[in-house]
Design a protein around this ligand. Structure first.
Ligand code: PLP
Length: 394
């Protein structure tokens, strides 16, 4: 029955339900019926969170840390984030004024866009991209400008296409490296090119580095480590991917104090602060679980290599070797199979394999692409990929 009171705000008109939803819902129903499902749709590690993080959180609860934390996060967590970014990314941020501990990297992106983007502004986003960016841009009242990247080029940053998209209306450029969904890692020359393209503009750079610790054959370059980019860069990071702490809802936004202050103002009227006792767990992870994180990275690398070995023999399927994150983004010849959203449903119904159709990341260019997360046990990965090959007719 329709409800006369359900009249969403105009700003929601352009926010579409995620195409991933149909896959999640159907997979859950099939599982409830007792079917074995190979979960390649999930963007989170299959590992447990580090023990030191859990112990520190339990100790925080027992010590009565159950009340509001400062808006920007506890002093100890901000100090731990600052040390971590200095050690791992060669970027210096003052814990006092240049870092906000957020409710996951999701909130960091939202705060940045609400603080700096509004009607008349454009935000340039290379695609395929994690769809959260476009939705946050629209919620902020600004317009996303998508820059299509080329599958034949391994979805590397296209400097000329990026240059063409940047205009006087550009308020922000989004760079996600390592990338979700492609796994592509921006090189030093990509980052230098971004610096050059932004020179003379007042555009900000939103650098989403949530996968930065998960690189394989290459090193991650933090844009904010470049003196030229540092003043205009907002760096996003978190615990969900490299520390297997996605359910903790903890992340960060870091940048020069003048950029962090407006984001903190948005924060004061939304989530107020991250959960207080989990912040001790986050600080413990950054300081004392780096070996746990490295061991997860090695497992992802092993799975990535195994997955590539299986898929490389598949005719009319193109898959670049991803240098980071834990996804494979494959494209197939349209003559081989139906469009991605239909193929994803068939893979699920007939083969018990859940994947995300490329249209979730690139509505125009992803019609014959799939994202496969290899954050799952190796035997499941092997069997699920074998089923995908069968569905694609080998
Ligand atoms: N950024 C990217 C590129 C992601 O893929 C994700 C999650 O899938 C996030 C940010 C969100 O991370 P968090 O769980 O910390 O909010």
């Amino acid at each position: 029955m329709s409800n006369a009171f359900a009249r969403p705000a105009d700003r929601l008109a352009a926010i579409k339900p995620s195409p991933i939803r149909a896959i999640f819902d159907r997979a859950a129903r099939l599982e409830a019926e007792g079917r074995k499902i190979y979960h390649f749709e999930i963007g989170r590690p299959d590992f447990d969170s580090p023990a030191v993080a859990k112990q520190a959180t339990i100790a925080a609860l027992e010590a009565g840390k159950v009340h509001y934390a400062p808006n920007a996060g506890t002093a100890d967590l901000r100090a731990a984030i600052s040390e971590y970014l200095a050690d791992k990314r060669a970027v210096r941020y003052c814990p006092d004024g240049e870092i906000i501990a957020t409710v996951g990297a999701n909130e960091a992106v939202f705060l940045a866009m609400m603080a700096f983007c509004g009607p008349g502004d454009e935000v340039v986003i290379p695609v395929p991209a994690w769809a959260h960016y476009q939705s946050c841009v629209r919620l902020a009242g600004a317009e996303p400008v998508e820059v299509p990247l080329n599958a034949a080029d391994g979805h590397r940053l296209d400097h000329a296409a990026l240059a063409a998209a940047i205009t006087e209306r550009t308020r922000m450029v989004v760079l996600c490296t390592p990338n979700n969904p492609t796994g592509t890692v921006a090189s030093k020359s990509d980052v230098d090119a971004v610096a050059e393209l932004l020179r003379g503009t007042d555009a900000l750079l939103l650098s989403d580095e949530i996968y930065a610790d998960l690189t394989y054959d290459t090193d991650h370059v933090s844009p904010a480590a470049l003196d030229e980019l540092h003043p205009r860069t907002l760096s996003v990071g978190g615990f969900a991917k490299a520390f297997a702490m996605d359910g903790w809802r903890l992340g960060w936004l870091a940048g020069p104090a003048e950029l962090i202050a407006p984001a903190l103002r948005v924060r004061q009227y939304t989530t107020v602060c991250s959960t207080t006792f989990t912040q001790d767990g986050g600080a413990a992870a950054l300081r004392s679980a780096r070996e746990d994180s490295e061991s997860m990275r090695r497992s992802f690398e092993q799975r990535r290599n195994a997955a590539l070995d299986i898929l490389r023999g598949t005719e009319r399927v193109r898959v670049a070797s991803p240098d980071g994150a834990f996804y494979l983004y494959l494209s197939y010849d349209p003559a081989t199979a139906e469009p991605a959203e239909e193929l994803a449903l068939r893979l699920l119904e007939e083969h018990g394999v859940a994947v995300v159709p490329g249209t979730a990341f690139d509505p125009a260019g992803g019609t014959h692409s799939l994202r496969i997360s290899y954050a799952c046990p190796l035997p499941d990965l092997t069997e699920g990929l074998r089923r995908i090959r069968t569905a694609l007719g080998r």
